[in-house]
Design a protein around this ligand. Structure first.
Ligand code: OAS
Length: 274
């Protein structure tokens, strides 16, 4: 029995490529975070030469990792690293705006610095903006490793394919799911437990837009579920907590869910039922 298991497991190992640099990928993302946001770093940088040295270090680490995954890459590792690093200034600007959006969107936050250092929403959007760049270059594995690593730390599941505009605010965040073909405009705010999902999960839908579009200035409150690739939430709309929505709404709409029944005189009701 044991011998047979070892034999079949060996066959499985032999036919399955390992995942090189799995832990180094997560380390690289941490390094990028420290590099772009000193709020995460344990070390103080005192001059530009040190920044330049860090850049080179992270860049060569990225090339090492990408080269180790060569069989899965759509183009040479160096080209991918160059494209990613060329995009870094833009990503950095976007992320500073995201941190600003979280700060101005949450009365409980005390500073942008606090948001960057502590908010899970910021951590999730940080990983997403890097992962999305790699997704656009059609890397099959790396973006997903990055996004699932952020998911495991934050409880926020953003597929690397989702297109998210600037000034994106996630407050709390636990349980958020944002599907692959979601499109989110600028200045959008979403709370914990929101699902931007697909109406049909048939495998044949893989190349189709399956997830909704949220236009600029939309707010989606906790627990709302918005489904479907043709579902468009018009700009400046508010989707209330626990709403279940599978159709589009016009701009400036408010959609709310009000199933609660309030029964007064609890004592009287309980005495009747006993
Ligand atoms: C978020 C969501 O609806 O996911 C369902 C499925 N993974 C898909 O991408 O269609």
């Amino acid at each position: 029995m044991k011998k047979q298991f070892i034999k079949s497991l060996f066959e499985y190992h032999r036919n399955t490529p390992p995942m090189p640099y799995r832990s180094s990928i997560c380390e690289l993302i941490e390094r990028m975070r420290e590099f772009l946001f000193p709020q995460f770093s344990e070390h103080c940088i005192v001059n530009e030469t040190q920044i330049a040295a860090q850049y080179e270090l992270i860049y060569s680490q990225a090339i090492d990792i990408l080269s180790g995954m060569e069989m899965d890459l759509p183009k040479p590792a160096k080209e991918i690293a160059d494209e990613l690093f060329d995009a870094l200034p833009g990503i950095h600007e976007m992320l500073k705006k995201d941190a600003e959006a979280i700060f101005s969107g949450d009365p409980a936050s005390t500073s942008v610095d606090q948001v960057i250092r502590t908010y899970p929403g910021f951590r999730a959007i940080f990983s997403h903006r890097i992962a999305h760049e790699l997704y656009r270059m059609k890397l099959p594995l790396l973006p997903r490793i990055i996004s699932e690593n952020a998911h495991s730390h934050t409880g926020i599941d953003i597929h690397p394919g989702a297109e998210i505009g600037e000034h994106f605010c996630i407050d709390h965040g636990t349980g958020i799911v944002i599907g692959e073909t979601t499109k989110i405009g600028k200045n959008v705010k979403i709370y914990q437990g929101v699902t931007l999902g697909a109406l049909s999960v048939d495998k044949s839908m893989a190349e189709t837009k399956r997830h909704p579009t949220l236009e600029d200035h939309v707010v989606v409150y906790a627990g709302a579920t918005i489904l479907g690739g043709d579902t468009v939430i018009g700009e400046d709309s508010v989707i209330g907590g626990n709403v279940w929505l599978t159709n589009s709404v016009e701009k400036h709409s408010i959609v709310y869910h009000r199933p609660q029944i309030v029964m007064k005189n609890k004592k009287e009701l309980m005495s009747k039922s006993s």
